[in-house]
Design a protein around this ligand. Structure first.
Ligand SMILES: Nc1ncnc2c1ncn2[C@H]1C[C@H](O)[C@@H](COP(=O)(O)OP(=O)(O)O)O1
Ligand SMILES: [Mg+2]
Length: 194
């Protein structure tokens, strides 16, 4: 564990694609001064920067292969350390995707204080993603890919929730409600951390 991060408040934000993770994270950042880190965004930014590592990542991703777990974690850790002096806490959005990723995160960085489980029905998630796809420009926001992402989510990520439930750090958030009502529930969970 890194000294700079030893007292860091770490919140895992887990939920299916389109459940509303990004939406709620944005609101947490605005109210609480947390740092929002999404592994996908970090990878895309590294590629866009044109750095040596970015070029290696791009080559891997172009082949359709998975970026090594260690690389993703190193990037998350670096981004956390860079914000250590100003950040009130960290939102780790869309990670861990599987139990192994959670275990590795804890070995290399630290333990989460809370897991926000942003929960919506499959039907709701599909609807939101199809709508987001009209403007997001994200290649994976189309109906066929959405279905694959949902299947993978249920297979790989639901065990993550069960794993952290054993430690009683999971707070399930009903994300079927309007955004502000969802945030009211999120606020309670974050306030309890203080
Ligand atoms: N509680 C809510 N009610 C209605 N729409 C919501 C919502 N939360 C999010 N949305 C919308 C915003 C986006 O267009 C879409 C997906 O939200 P998102 O925050 O990008 O999800 P995620 O980051 O979990 O993939 O759904
Ligand atoms: Mg998102």
């Amino acid at each position: 564990m890194t000294d700079k991060l030893k007292d860091a408040k770490i919140v895992f934000v887990v939920g299916g694609p389109g459940s509303g993770k990004g939406t709620q994270c944005e609101k947490i950042v605005a109210k609480y001064g947390y740092t929002h880190l999404s592994s996908g965004d970090l990878l895309r930014a590294e590629v866009a920067s044109g750095s040596e590592r970015g070029k290696q990542l791009q080559a891997i991703m172009q082949k359709g292969e998975l970026v090594p777990l260690d690389t993703v974690l190193d990037m998350i850790k670096e981004a956390m350390i860079a914000k250590a002096d100003v950040s009130k806490g960290y939102l780790i959005d869309g990670y861990p995707r599987e139990v192994k990723q959670g275990e590795e995160f804890e070995k290399k960085i630290g333990a989460p204080a809370l897991l926000l489980y942003v929960d919506a029905k499959a039907e709701t998630m599909v609807k939101r993603l199809v709508k987001r796809g009209e403007t997001s420009g994200r290649a994976d926001d189309n109906e066929e890919t959405i279905k694959k992402r949902l299947d993978l989510y249920y297979k790989a990520t639901e065990p993550v929730i069960a794993y952290y439930e054993k430690r009683s750090i999971v707070r399930k958030i009903n994300s079927e409600l309007p955004v502000d009502e969802v945030f009211a529930i999120v606020e309670k969970a974050i306030d309890e951390l203080k």
